[in-house]
Design a protein around this ligand. Structure first.
Ligand code: GLU
Length: 307
């Protein structure tokens, strides 16, 4: 089967070194197997997504030699598909309204955290009357998926075996926000399946979301992609790089390393993807890239110091 990977940037800022690293590995993993790449712009969160970044992120990929073969696909065009999946879950009684406030603020964006708060199930047992009373009082609920007491296990290409109990370690999670937007977890599963993505490469901060996504795939009858969660590139003292961190933002990187090859080569060198930090194109790195060596390539499976 042909390998299909994806770049799935959220257009909420310019790329930083960590985004470049994850995208580079995604590209290498697909291309090393003769596969192709899909570009999907994850602009589900209308408040945080900005038009200027939609263009900028595509230029960034092009400049770096991180080519894609299909797309860009936009999540804002995919409402119907998300609705169909949501309706299928709701028709099976797997979804319930949640009136907890502020709970769903960021459900449309990917939750980049190591751990997640476990929803205690506050609204799961509300009676129909109570639900109707709250709606009549003007409250618009979010919608949660009721999860079973089930262990979901996976074999990650970098992180090895990973297992999570949905009830204890995750809890019922949001599939739709109270403003009507579908949540990241649902959208990403529907999109990966429809776009034929069978290789997901991303930062290790999303590893804890993977069992949720696999559970949704099972419920919706969709295949599981192969998962590869790469280390995060962190600033001093383990601080996360963020898109607001100008020191590792792409423009600053291009200034410091002079060329796109300089940026790619440096990131490949510090992460252990290449033996040196010499300038290189993704194509050049492909020649020595060994998928089988991937789990042991990185000096640390969880974080790499940016310097
Ligand atoms: N759009 C997410 C981000 O930019 C990535 C989600 C994913 O890879 O599943 O962080």
């Amino acid at each position: 089967m042909e390998v299909v990977g994806r770049f799935a940037p959220s257009p909420t800022g310019r790329m930083h070194a960590g985004n470049v690293f994850a995208a580079l590995v995604a590209w290498l993993v697909a291309k090393a197997q003769g596969g192709r790449m899909v570009l999907r712009i994850e602009d589900l969160d209308a408040q945080r997504s900005k038009r200027e970044y939609v263009d900028a992120v595509q230029r960034d990929f092009e400049r770096l030699g991180l080519t894609w073969d299909e797309g860009p696909f936009f999540q804002h065009d995919r409402e119907e598909a998300y609705r169909a999946a949501f309706d299928a879950l709701a028709a099976r009684g797997l979804v319930y309204p949640c009136f907890c406030t502020r709970a769903d603020l960021h459900a449309a964006s990917a939750p980049h955290r190591g751990e997640k708060p476990v929803y205690p199930g506050t609204c799961r047992g509300l009676s129909d009357e109570e639900r109707a009373r709250r709606v009549a009082a003007g409250r618009t609920p979010a919608q949660r998926l009721a999860v079973p007491d089930r262990d979901v296990a996976l074999q990650d290409l970098v992180q090895g075996s990973y297992r999570q109990n949905l009830a204890r370690e995750c809890g019922d999670f949001l599939v739709r926000r109270s403003d009507g937007a579908f949540a990241y977890q649902l959208a990403v599963v529907v999109d990966d399946a429809e776009q034929g993505v069978n290789s997901v490469v991303r930062g290790v901060d999303l590893l804890c979301s993977t069992p949720q996504q696999m559970h949704l795939q099972d419920l919706l009858g969709l295949p599981h992609p192969v998962y590869t969660h790469v280390p995060l590139v962190v600033a001093e003292r383990g601080r996360r790089l963020s898109k607001r961190d100008h020191d590792a933002a792409l423009d600053a990187l291009l200034e410091r390393f002079k060329t796109p090859e300089g940026v790619i080569g440096h990131i490949a060198g510090i992460t252990g993807l290449a033996a040196s930090c010499d300038p290189a194109t993704p194509e050049e790195l492909l020649q020595d890239f060994d998928l089988a060596a991937l789990p042991t390539t990185f000096p640390d499976l969880v974080q790499v110091r940016w310097e």
